[in-house]
Design a protein around this ligand. Sequence first.
Ligand code: SF4
Ligand code: FE
Length: 486
Amino acid sequence: MKLKNGPEYMESLKKLHPKIYYKGKRIEDVTTHPATAPHVRAAAMTYALANDEEYEDLATATSHLTGRKISRFTHVHQNIEDLLKKVKLLRVLGQKTATCFQRCVGLDGINATYSVLYEMDEKHGTDYLERFKKWLIRVQDENIMVVGAMTDPKGDRSKGPADQPDPDQYLHIVERRDDGIVIRGAKLHMTGAVNSHEILVMPTTAMDERSKDYAVVCAIPIDDPGITMLFGRQANDDRRDNLERIDAGKPSFGAVGGEAVIVFEDVFVPTERVFMDGQTDFTGDLVYRFAAHHRANYGACKTGLMDVLTGAVTYLAQIQGTAKASHVRDKVTEMIHLSETLYSSSIACSAEGTPTPSGAYMVDTMLANVCKHNVTRFHFEVARLALDLAGGFIATLPSEHDLNSEEVGHLVKKYFSGVEGIPTEHRIKIARLIEAMTGGTALVESMHGAGSPQAQRVMIFREGDLMKKVKLAKALLGVPSSDKAA
Ligand code: SF4
Ligand code: FE
């Protein structure tokens, strides 16, 4: 692996010069800017663990393409063990960063694209997978961070890509040349985009024949001159600007993934980097496989976050002298129960994985949808219990400027103290961490990342095989299967 560790990853980002705007100004260096640096550090953890003996087995894999040792974040899953190791790795990373470390999006994009291209080439007699493999070998050998770019703006949601008044609401090909294509459009909510090296563009939805120009998969360097990124605001991000270390809650790694809009203004993509061009019949499979892989992940990364939150409220209860109260233990027990239940669905959909015709392994799609759907409930319930246990002072705490003030600092220390012997500063720090992990932007990600809850409900109903269940009930009662209800 060329990029071996966190510092090397950060150095590699300094050599790139992507066009990124935040609050109307250009960000020159994502590794030092207060808005982006925490997310860079979270992604750097994925590089660090690959070099840590304790986690090497989870964080690295052997490439099926080259036989070389690679980061698991660039690996095409070859068996169930790979799927299981991946989710175990994500839980560890969630525990270490308490935030989104971003690299799974590219990983899921790589896996979905790989298996779909195999089937697409078989059907259409094309050779896109061979092109993709060449690109992927470089990604693996150089341990490149890839942002998987799927979600289009979509404009008028009642209309598909081909019927939009503004065709740019879905990313599309505007020109086909002998040596490549030119694309235009945008991708929203792009986790980790500003600190990635490459963009893997994928279609956002299943498309029909009329949308050939929208059925495109391709790879683009992040600092292509046609790319502009708009970095999103997060709750309380001004606290980071002012370098309020305590008030920022989680200054090292940030509250959520660090999302950006990526705008593509007539970007030329050379032929060797184009992996789908007009094959609308495979867009649905690509989107669905990507979504299933990503939904499987959420039960692991978010469990890591919930582990930290459970630890934080327990520590706060100890500081406040309430840790032994029976209702506190009961609520903490519920937090653990929900976390482990969530994790078990990540493990289950991985353990039930199956090979695709390409040899790449897919998670069980029904269980993956159930897993992500559980995130949209359990993470919120765990956050609710954390806020219940923490107490209302999370919302009314004076700032760290008051804590450090010569005039009033002693008042904050006196009236926000807990049990004897623990500095008030520790209580305030842990309260700010809980605030950052339960409020503002943090939970929105759990609701809508990897698809909104309704997207999972659609798939759960579709894959639920209701007619089989009806047959089961009929068989038990001796009702003939031909007996149709009105
Ligand atoms: Fe990975 Fe979780 Fe972030 Fe998605 S939300 S990129 S699965 S850490
Ligand atoms: Fe996400």
